[in-house]
Design a protein around this ligand. Structure first.
Ligand code: PHE
Length: 356
C-alpha cells in the first residue's frame, strides 16, 4: 500500500472513530489515539525517513492535510457535544416566570364583612361618615356615660365579659374618673360617646364594629357578633327625623318593598326609645316562618339621645338634640340569605362561605 493510501486510510479511520463517539467523554477519550505519538497518523510521520526525498514534500503535505481534516472533524464534534450540554443546563436552570392563565380559586370577603361594607356604603350615600372605636372599653364608655351607672338594673341587658389586666387597672380611668373596669364592649354605643367627646355637632355618623356578650353560642346567638350604630346630633332633630332616616335606609338597603316601623321600648341612653322592625325580607310582609307570620322582623333599637348622655359629652342639650339607632349585622345577613344557624357563619367551612 502506498504511503498516500496509508494516510488516506488513517484519516478515514480517525474521522469514523470521531463520528462514532456519542458524547463528550468518549470524544475526549479518543484524543490521544487521534493526535498522540501513538496515533495512526503520528506513526506515519515516523515513516517520512523512508520516503524517497523527491516524494517527501508531497507526503508531508498529505499528512498535514489529513491532520487538519481530523482536527476539524474533532472540533466540530466537540462543539456539538458542548452545545447539547449547555442546552441541557439551561433547561434545568429555567424559571417559569409567566403567570398562570388558568383561573385559580380566589377567596373573597366574609359574608359579614361584605354586609358591613354595603351598609357603610348606603349610609355614606345618605351623608353619614364612618367612625370606629376600640373593642376593649372602659366601664365609663360602655355604661356610665350612656346613662347606665353602676347598679343600674338595665345593665342586666348586657351580659358583660370583663378583662383581667392584673395590676394595670389605672388604664381604666375614664372620663368620670371612677370607672376602673376594662371590658369587651357589649354594643357599639360607646363609639357614640367617643365621637361626641371629640367632634362638635352637627354630627352624622355610623359606627360599625365587633361586639361581645357572655352568651352561649346557639342557632341565633354568638358571644362575638357585629353591630352598626347611627348617631345624629344637630339643631332641631326630632323623632320624625329618626323614623324618616330609618325608612329611607331600609328602602335603600333592602329595596323599595321593605318599610320600617317603630315600637315603644326602653334603653337607658335614649328617651323616648323604640325598637325598630322592618318588613320581613323573606316574605315581604305576607307572613312566613322567619317572621312568625307577622310580616315584620325585629332589627334593632333606637331613640332620641338622652339629655344626660349629651351632657356627659359636654353637649348642651338645650341647644342640640339627636337620635341614635343600632342593630346587629350578623342577624341581618342571616335573614337576608335565609341562613338557619348563625354558627355556620363562623365555622369557616369553605363550602358554606363560598356561596356568598
Ligand atoms: N346599643 C343598643 C343595643 O345594643 C342598641 C341601641 C343603639 C339602642 C342606639 C338605642 C340607640 O341593644
Amino acid at each position: 500500500m502506498s504511503v498516500h493510501d496509508q494516510i488516506a486510510e488513517a484519516q478515514t479511520a480517525a474521522v469514523v472513530s470521531i463520528d462514532q463517539a456519542d458524547d463528550l467523554e468518549s470524544l475526549t477519550d479518543l484524543e490521544s489515539s487521534l493526535f498522540g505519538k501513538k496515533s495512526q497518523l503520528g506513526g506515519l510521520k515516523r515513516l517520512m525517513g523512508e520516503v524517497a526525498p523527491e516524494e517527501r514534500a508531497g507526503v508531508g503535505q498529505a499528512l498535514n492535510e489529513a491532520q487538519r481534516i481530523v482536527r476539524e472533524a474533532h472540533a466540530v464534534a466537540k462543539e456539538r457535544f458542548l452545545s447539547v450540554t449547555r442546552r441541557a443546563e439551561l433547561e434545568t436552570e429555567r424559571l417559569d416566570l409567566s403567570e398562570s392563565v388558568e383561573a385559580t380559586a380566589r377567596g373573597h370577603l366574609h359574608l359579614v364583612t361584605q354586609t358591613m361594607e354595603r351598609l357603610e356604603d348606603v349610609f355614606v350615600g345618605m351623608g353619614f361618615t364612618v367612625s370606629e372605636g376600640p373593642q376593649a372599653e372602659t366601664d365609663w364608655y360602655n355604661f356610665e356615660a350612656l346613662n347606665l351607672p353602676a347598679a343600674h338594673p338595665a345593665r342586666s341587658m348586657f351580659d358583660t365579659l370583663y378583662l383581667d389586666l392584673g395590676d394595670r387597672t389605672e388604664i381604666g380611668d375614664g372620663e368620670g374618673g371612677e370607672a376602673t373596669n376594662i371590658l369587651l364592649r357589649t354594643h357599639t354605643s360607646p363609639v357614640q360617646i367617643r365621637v361626641m367627646e371629640t367632634l362638635p355637632p352637627p354630627i352624622y355618623t355610623v359606627c360599625p364594629g365587633r361586639v361581645f356578650r357572655r352568651d352561649t353560642a346557639d342557632a341565633s346567638h354568638m358571644p362575638v357578633f357585629h353591630q352598626i350604630e347611627g348617631l345624629v346630633v344637630d339643631h332641631g332633630i326630632s323623632l320624625a327625623d329618626l323614623a324618616g332616616t330609618l325608612n329611607e335606609f331600609t328602602a335603600a338597603y333592602f329595596g323599595g318593598a321593605i318599610r320600617s316601623r317603630l315600637r315603644p321600648s326602653y334603653f337607658p341612653f335614649t328617651e323616648p326609645s323604640a325598637e325598630f322592625d322592618i318588613t320581613c325580607v323573606i316574605c315581604e310582609g305576607d307572613g312566613c316562618q322567619t317572621c312568625q307570620r307577622t310580616g315584620w322582623i325585629e332589627l334593632g333599637g333606637c331613640g332620641m339621645v338622652h339629655p344626660n348622655v349629651l351632657g356627659n359629652c359636654g353637649i348642651d342639650s338645650e341647644e342640640w338634640t339627636g337620635f341614635a339607632f343600632g342593630f346587629g349585622i350578623d342577624r341581618l345577613a342571616l335573614m337576608r340569605y335565609g341562613i338557619k344557624d348563625l354558627r355556620d357563619m363562623y365555622t369557616n367551612d369553605i363550602r358554606f362561605l363560598r356561596q356568598f
